[in-house]
Design a protein around this ligand. Structure first.
Ligand SMILES: Cc1cc2nc3c(=O)[nH]c(=O)nc-3n(C[C@H](O)[C@H](O)[C@H](O)COP(=O)(O)O)c2cc1C
Length: 187
């Protein structure tokens, strides 16, 4: 039976070992078109998507961030060793999107817009057969992201998403709170 969108949403996991196999150009364009169609608060459209499928940029940027933050996050080196991946930032993904917001005098809906767009990006990628990880960690080394992704200095790095073909079985869903604790019926 054909899967529907809900199946893809429920099946999505953060898969931290990607194969490096290229994401098809047509799929890159589909995923970007989904990002660009995401709703934004007051339709202000403050987000911009910087993306690459260049393996050198991904590897060099990932290693650079890893080196910069591993002293304060020792679990990263353990994760890299355990998974046998090149770097534990982009997880050997082959298509990386960085969501950045335009300069703003005060914070508006950019973070909420980012979350919605990232969710849509991950759902689209999952439905096309890819695996993803949302990447808040890149904000701890945002100067490296500005440099490698050539993002203007006055833009704020909000989140990354790494995308690729899974090189491992999808991990089990981490323990989440029961639905009746998370959801409240109001009558
Ligand atoms: C805003 C946000 C930022 C995240 N940043 C990272 C990250 O930098 N690196 C990482 O490995 N996982 C990151 N994650 C993934 C979460 O750890 C993961 O979604 C959570 O453990 C639930 O697992 P699941 O994605 O498999 O359902 C992030 C998730 C969110 C929503």
């Amino acid at each position: 039976m054909a899967k529907d969108t809900v199946d893809y949403i429920l099946e999505r996991r953060s898969v931290r070992n990607l194969s490096g196999e290229p994401v098809k150009e047509e799929d890159i364009q589909k995923i970007l078109s989904v990002a660009c169609s995401a709703p934004t608060g007051r339709n202000l459209q403050k987000l911009r998507y910087y993306y690459t499928s260049n393996p050198s940029i991904i590897k060099e940027c990932g290693l650079d961030i890893f080196k910069a933050i591993s002293p304060m996050m020792p679990h990263l080196e353990k994760r890299r060793e355990a998974l046998g991946i090149t770097e534990p930032i982009f997880y050997d993904g082959s298509f990386v999107i960085v969501i950045a917001s335009l300069p703003a005098e005060e914070e508006g809906f950019e973070k909420i817009d980012t979350g919605i767009a990232a969710g849509m990006i991950m759902t689209a990628a999952q439905s096309l057969g890819y695996r993803t990880v949302p990447l808040g960690i890149i904000c701890y080394a945002d100067e490296k992201i500005h440099e490698h992704f050539k993002i203007p200095a006055d833009m704020k790095i909000q989140l990354g998403v790494t995308i690729g073909t899974g090189a491992m079985e999808d991990p089990a869903k981490p323990t989440s709170l029961p639905m009746d604790e998370l959801c409240t019926l109001v009558e």
